[in-house]
Design a binder for this molecule. Structure first.
Ligand SMILES: Nc1ncnc2c1ncn2[C@@H]1O[C@H](COP(=O)(O)OP(=O)(O)O)[C@@H](O)[C@H]1O
Ligand SMILES: [Mg+2]
Length: 393
């Protein structure tokens, strides 16, 4: 297990930490006495592969924040907890990726919550990385997962249009899975009233095979198949991670393309799907926090060796003002924006009408950009194989 390091601590505070945290974590705690400001000081600390670094209270607040920022920049997945003296600027601390803020006088409960919380989220990441190494092999399909840390970024708009576009390249060979199990709206975006949803799949007794699974798919007039999310949030909660993995593996063995729409952030279900994905589309909105969140997710993927899926970085509602700051944030994280989808009033109109914009307005600049993504996924030969768009309102 990765260590929990107390850096720039004081004896009384270190004692409080030992007493506050659970027995299982106590063995992982190490007191770091080398100076972080010395040349190579911070690198030496990071070489221990810490899960959590607790900074202070023996450091000046600004110095703690600076180290927090550096750790965030180099190892986004490490949980940093800052122990403040005078009063850290909370906003600055959050921007530096700090997971918890304590003071010298914090009580045992707050100390335990901050440190255990930070450790738990790193341990979860670690566990995922291990599963990724034992990854089951999927079929011949391309499995493309659309991801963004924030809600409302345009995941559903992108994934549904992408699926429709792919279906024109591979008619009857594409399925979209709505993994937003509580509030999924893929069916709505496609103007469908499904008779079956994923809830029916998990309610079916007996072993699941592709023939049974296909009964629960809904057909869209573009020759696309849809695995719809349950119509009630409570039913969404009945769907386990293993079921999702099984469903996607079965579909991947039978279809050419599986497109997965996800809820905001990284749910357990999304992480499980990433293990099976050949392609990940990271979607960010036109603001710095959105890009920042995304770069953190991507850096964490890197650290954990989740590299097998091809990555595509898409900026939505982009306009000519794509801020310099934003580009800087993206570049610092080694990200190049692959595709910029513009803002268009037609998008919400098409969504509300349940008619994907690439069908209803194929010449709209948004549609053109989505075709570029289709081409990235289907390969340049798609121009020859592409069928006229099929659609009936
Ligand atoms: N390029 C765009 N231009 C204009 N509106 C957009 C664009 N992309 C998405 N939207 C709008 O943003 C809202 C959220 O989109 P949605 O796809 O539901 O996001 P998510 O699935 O990430 O929560 C919708 O009302 C949609 O119409
Ligand atoms: Mg959505």
């Amino acid at each position: 297990m990765r260590p929990i390091i107390l850096a720039g601590s004081t004896d009384p505070f270190a004692r409080k930490v030992y007493e506050a945290i659970g027995d299982d974590l106590r063995d992982r705690v190490r007191l770091w006495t080398q100076h972080l400001a010395d040349p190579g000081g911070l690198e030496a600390l990071l070489d221990t592969q810490p899960a959590v670094v607790v900074l202070g209270p023996g450091l000046v607040d600004e110095v703690s924040l600076r180290f927090a920022q550096q750790i965030d920049a180099e190892r986004a997945e490490v949980g940093v907890v800052v122990v403040q003296n005078a009063g850290t600027n909370v906003e600055a601390a959050l921007a530096a990726g700090v997971r918890g803020i304590l003071s010298q006088d914090s009580d045992a409960d707050s100390i335990r919550a901050a440190i255990e919380g930070a450790a738990a989220s790193v341990d979860r990441y670690e566990e995922r990385a291990q599963t990724q190494l034992r990854k089951p092999s999927v079929g011949r399909a391309k499995v493309t997962t659309v991801l963004s840390p924030k809600g409302g970024a345009g995941k559903t708009v992108l994934s549904t249009n992408l699926a429709v576009g792919l279906a024109s390249v591979a008619p009857r060979g594409v399925v979209i899975v709505d993994l937003d199990l509580q509030f999924g709206d893929v069916a709505y975006a496609l103007g469908l009233k499904p008779r079956h949803t994923m809830y029916d799949v998990v309610s079916t007794a007996g072993p699941l095979d592709i023939t049974t699974l296909k009964v629960f798919l809904t057909h869209h007039s573009s020759d696309l198949y849809v695995m719809c999310a349950p119509d009630e949030p409570a039913r969404g909660e009945m769907i386990g991670v293993e079921a999702v993995q099984q469903i996607i593996s079965l579909l991947a063995a039978d279809f050419d393309h599986v497109v997965v729409d996800t809820p905001a952030g990284l749910s357990e279900h999304t992480l499980a799907t990433l293990d099976l994905s050949t392609d990940v589309i990271f979607l960010a909105d036109m603001d710095v926090p959105s890009v920042r969140h995304l770069t953190k997710v991507i850096k964490a993927f890197d650290r954990l060796g989740m590299r097998s899926a091809e990555r595509h970085f898409v900026l939505n509602r982009a306009d000519a003002r794509v801020g310099l700051t934003m580009m800087k944030v993206a570049n610092q994280a080694g990200l190049a924006i692959d595709i910029k989808i513009p803002l268009s009033k037609q998008v919400p109109i098409a969504l509300n009408a349940g008619s994907p914009i690439i069908l209803s307005h194929p010449k709209n600049p948004v549609s053109r950009k989505i075709w570029e993504i289709v081409e990235r996924l289907a390969g340049p030969q798609m121009r020859e194989t592409r069928q006229p768009l099929k659609w009936s309102a």
